[in-house]
Design a protein around this ligand. Structure first.
Ligand SMILES: N[C@@H](CCC(=O)N[C@@H](CS)C(=O)NCC(=O)O)C(=O)O
Length: 199
């Protein structure tokens, strides 16, 4: 049984979507979080045993804990291949899959945070400019239905939720983003995840 540490309408909502896609048994443990708009309250210190940063999502599988959305996607898709949502080593698109997951954690998140906070006035080091990052994400979606081409994968859960959140603010409005979001959110697992989002 997988435990998902979750706060409604947060980055952990997409892990519910992934778990629903994979069709695995899981339970949700709700965690308080302090939200960007000042609402909510911090998780209790006891939650630091799960995530020392007190953030969601996190998962516990037996005695193993995984934090960070991209790492959770990789861990779950590598270990649940009955529904293949992430190519394994030696399979087509493995490199692209791993690259997009790490790109999210290493470039998208820090660049978006830097822009939100106004820290990226000088040339950003380490992760690159938000415009270049957005351009790199937009490119495959202009040509193919999903991030890895014709196959839906967990990368689409990560990027679909990110595009939905940033479109019209940090990311520009693009017709192919609208088409992509319509495609991925039409999936039954997405609807099920919405229904479970409050726990
Ligand atoms: N890099 C993390 C970010 C996680 C994160 O920032 N989660 C927010 C919710 S959307 C959170 O838990 N915030 C509470 C806090 O920062 O105290 C990931 O991708 O999983």
């Amino acid at each position: 049984m997988i435990t998902l540490y979750h706060a409604p309408r947060s980055r952990s909502s997409r892990i519910i979507w992934l778990l629903e896609e994979l069709g695995v048994d899981y339970k949700i443990e709700l965690v308080d979080i302090l939200r960007g708009d000042g609402t909510g309250k911090p998780a209790p210190d006891s939650y630091k045993a799960i995530n020392p940063l007190k953030k969601v999502p996190a998962i516990k599988v037996y005695n193993e804990i995984v934090t960070e959305s991209a790492a959770i996607c990789l861990y779950l898709t590598d270990s649940h291949q009955k529904v293949p949502l992430g190519p394994l080593p030696g399979h087509n698109n493995r490199a692209e899959y791993v690259r997009w997951l790490f790109f999210y954690a290493a470039a998208v998140e820090p660049a978006a945070t830097a822009r939100f906070q106004g820290w990226d006035k000088d040339k950003p080091t380490g992760f690159g400019a938000l415009e270049d990052i957005e351009g790199a994400i937009s490119e495959p979606l202009e040509k193919t239905p999903y991030m890895l081409g014709d196959e839906f994968s967990a990368a689409d859960i990560l990027y679909g939720s990110t595009i939905a959140f940033f479109k019209g603010s940090l990311f520009p409005q693009r017709k192919h983003y609208d088409d992509y979001l319509a495609r991925v959110t039409a999936r039954p697992a997405y609807a099920r995840s919405q229904a479970r989002d409050n726990g």
